[in-house]
Design a protein around this ligand. Structure first.
Ligand code: IMP
Ligand code: MG
Length: 178
């Protein structure tokens, strides 16, 4: 039996997410329209639902790869230190790359990951984040594409967790403690 001390209030409906994913995919498809092959890199684990939906809307030849960087652990606070827990399987040097992230919060994760991947000399590399919390930024980094800007709330659903839970919600909700 689960005893949770919080409720989840809907912030972004599944329908709005689907509409936004479709329009992001159109922009990304046109940006990389001349690509030989796009390497879509999902940051585990929070981006797994987003990448599945986004990839199916991209009208481009592509490969999917994954990278796992340490972030919150089981807490609600970000750590400024980012470690790579699982590296890419494929090569990205000379390739077109799209990094897919769930949320840009302080910005440390995306900053670190983009720095690391850029050192492998891709042809082009850009990021697409489902959510952005600009008011939380501690380091100057911007994702080229953002699904939704949100206020400083802790959110779950559509792949995003709180202590590994609620990733399977179809919408995005904010956590409210009881
Ligand atoms: P950053 O390094 O502070 O930008 O943190 C980015 C990572 O923190 C994201 O990839 C998420 O995994 C996690 N994160 C940030 N905000 C939230 C949230 O509201 N809910 C769940 N995870 C979050
Ligand atoms: Mg993450």
């Amino acid at each position: 039996m689960d005893h949770k001390n919080y409720e989840i209030d809907e912030l972004i409906s599944a329908k709005s997410i689907a509409a936004r994913v479709e329009s992001l995919a159109k922009e990304i498809t046109s940006f990389y329209s001349d690509t030989e092959k796009l390497i879509v890199v999902g940051l585990l684990r929070g981006s797994f639902v987003f990448i599945a939906d986004l990839a199916r809307e991209l009208d481009l030849p592509l490969e999917i790869d994954f990278l796992e960087a340490s972030s919150y652990g089981n807490s609600m606070k970000s750590s400024r230190e980012v470690r790579i827990l699982k590296d890419l399987r494929g090569e990205i040097s000379g390739r077109d790359v799209l990094v897919v992230e769930d949320i840009v919060d302080t910005g440390y994760t995306l900053h670190h990951v983009l720095g690391l991947l850029k050192s492998k000399k891709p042809k082009r590399i850009e990021a697409c984040a489902l959510l952005d919390k600009p008011s939380r930024r501690e380091i100057n980094i911007k994702s080229r594409w953002v699904g939704f800007e949100i206020p400083d709330e802790f959110v779950v659903g559509y792949g995003i967790d709180y202590a590994q839970r609620n990733r399977n919600l179809s919408h995005i909700g904010k956590v409210r403690f009881k």
